[in-house]
Design a protein around this ligand. Structure first.
Ligand SMILES: O=P(O)(O)OC[C@H]1O[C@H](O)[C@H](O)[C@@H](O)[C@@H]1O
Length: 460
């Protein structure tokens, strides 16, 4: 079992914009400062996502509850958004067979389907409700703050539908939220609804290894302990202040260096694996919302993460990566072992010009295309890295989550910003609250009325 980071495609030997040995040495002071900032945050106790041992008690409570709660369930529904939903989607895609929800109960060996509602589009919400037998459904309301409008609207609807069918909230709801604060915590206490804790020092986009991810994972029978073990193994590998000894630091440093010195601030994550397809959107929130900030001296900084998947996006995005602006790096994830690999048959009578495919396997084709695309990009002077993963399972996924979370904190030290807040998302929320008549936000009227109206002459 291993996750290895190959950074050779970022260095001067491979691409002209890459750092040479002298440039890497010159990075020393910046790296030291970023590592010191990281360690200061650890000491402050604000990087709770690292401290998985401290969450062991709550995790045991989750596993104990899920062992009985999952009995007789056809469906698990996650109501959440952003970091409260993206991790569950990634866990489902990576660790359950494709199209899990389309399978029969027998094909799912009696385990529930998992649905994630991370938006308030009525078509999606109504469409899902049509599918559900609420009597055989557990709805997980996931909100660290316990107040996010989208998730609360969904909760109010499901609460109403359960009541209309005379179904007990305690038997069909569960909350994953702040241990003390927010609307959900109050309801849990008043109505005896099972509730699990998002530790206050674990940010929403860093919370997939907390009950935010482990409750849904436990309900559909994933190996939660392996997920945690993989994350701890990666955490304990990423402690050195030396770039060559700390993969998370190396990833962060090389991404920052590419952005800072060559304007390569669009950071593509391209797993050659359908199972890791939803690692992309999870990474996009983590990298964008943590690093897209204003510095203390008023500069606007941060990378632009892009999600892609191989081999599919060789036929959609690689043209841009190859010949578009030299503003990108590409990080591949190459899966070394495909236990369910398939041979490409000899197929008597098959067209002669397809003979080159015969005798190979699909996994071999996928891995060869990953290597070929990385090499083609390098020949075009386009910087790349490759994460080599033995296989996709809970242990390796836990390691990948931890790798990117740690890299984000190191990158924040290099960009000179706080990775843990998200002040930029507040104004839109407050204007919505105002327009909905929220009593606390009626002072936003002037701003709302100042918003640029659309020009009817340009409504085509
Ligand atoms: O988990 P919640 O408190 O409901 O927050 C859900 C999401 O919305 C917030 O506005 C932040 O942008 C995200 O970082 C967070 O993951």
């Amino acid at each position: 079992m291993a996750i290895r980071l190959d950074v050779s495609g970022m260095l001067r030997r491979a691409v002209p914009t890459g750092p040479d040995a002298a440039a890497l040495d010159a990075l020393g002071p910046r790296l030291a400062a970023a590592v010191q900032a990281f360690e200061a945050r650890v000491r402050e106790g604000v990087l709770g996502f690292r401290d998985l041992e401290a969450q062991a008690g709550e995790r045991a409570r989750v596993l104990d509850w899920a062992a009985t709660a999952r009995r007789g369930l056809d469906d698990v529904v996650v109501l959440g958004i952003g970091g409260s939903a993206l991790g569950a989607v990634c866990l489902r895609t990576a660790l359950l067979p494709r199209d899990w929800n389309a399978r029969s109960a027998d094909q799912r060996d009696g385990r529930p389907r998992l649905h994630v509602l991370d938006n308030v589009d009525p078509r999606s919400v109504a469409g899902l409700l049509e599918l559900l037998d609420l009597a055989r459904t557990r709805v997980l309301v996931v909100s660290k703050s316990g107040s996010t409008a989208e998730t609360m609207a969904q909760y109010l609807l499901l609460r109403d539908r359960l009541a209309a069918q005379g179904l007990s909230a305690r038997e069909h709801l569960a909350f994953i939220t702040d241990p003390d604060k927010g609307a959900l915590r109050k309801v849990a206490a008043a109505e005896g609804i099972p509730a699990f804790e998002v530790p206050p020092n674990v940010g929403g986009r860093f919370s997939v290894l907390s009950p935010v991810g482990t409750v849904p994972a436990a309900l559909f029978g994933l190996d939660v302990q392996a997920l945690i073990d993989g994350a701890i193994a990666m955490r304990d590998r990423c402690t050195s202040a030396q770039l060559r000894e700390n993969p998370a630091l190396a990833f962060a440093a090389l991404q920052w260096h590419a952005h800072e010195t060559a304007g390569q601030g669009a950071h593509v994550l391209m797993p050659y694996s359908d199972a890791l397809r939803d690692l992309g959107p999870w990474f996009v929130q983590l990298w964008a919302e943590s690093l897209g900030k204003r510095t203390a001296d008023g500069r606007h900084v941060g990378p632009t993460p892009i999600a892609a998947v191989g081999a599919t996006d060789q036929h959609a995005q690689v043209q841009l990566f190859m010949e578009g602006p030299r503003d990108k790096t590409v990080t591949f994830v190459d899966v070394e072992s495909h236990p369910d690999d398939l041979g490409i048959p000899h197929g008597d009578g098959a067209p002669a010009d397809l003979a080159y495919l015969r005798g190979h396997t699909f996994g071999e084709l996928l891995r060869t295309e990953c290597r070929a695309t990385a090499g083609a990009l390098a020949r075009g002077g386009r910087p790349t890295m490759t994460l080599r993963v033995s296989q996709v399972d809970a242990w390796h996924l836990g390691g990948l989550f931890m790798f990117f979370e740690l890299a984000t904190i190191y990158a924040a030290g290099l960009y000179g910003i706080d990775p843990l807040d998200q002040p930029g998302v507040e104004l839109g929320k407050q204007l919505t609250y105002y327009q909905f008549g929220h009593p606390q936000w009626q002072g936003m009227r002037e701003i709302w009325e100042s918003l640029p109206a659309s020009d009817p002459h340009w409504v085509l």
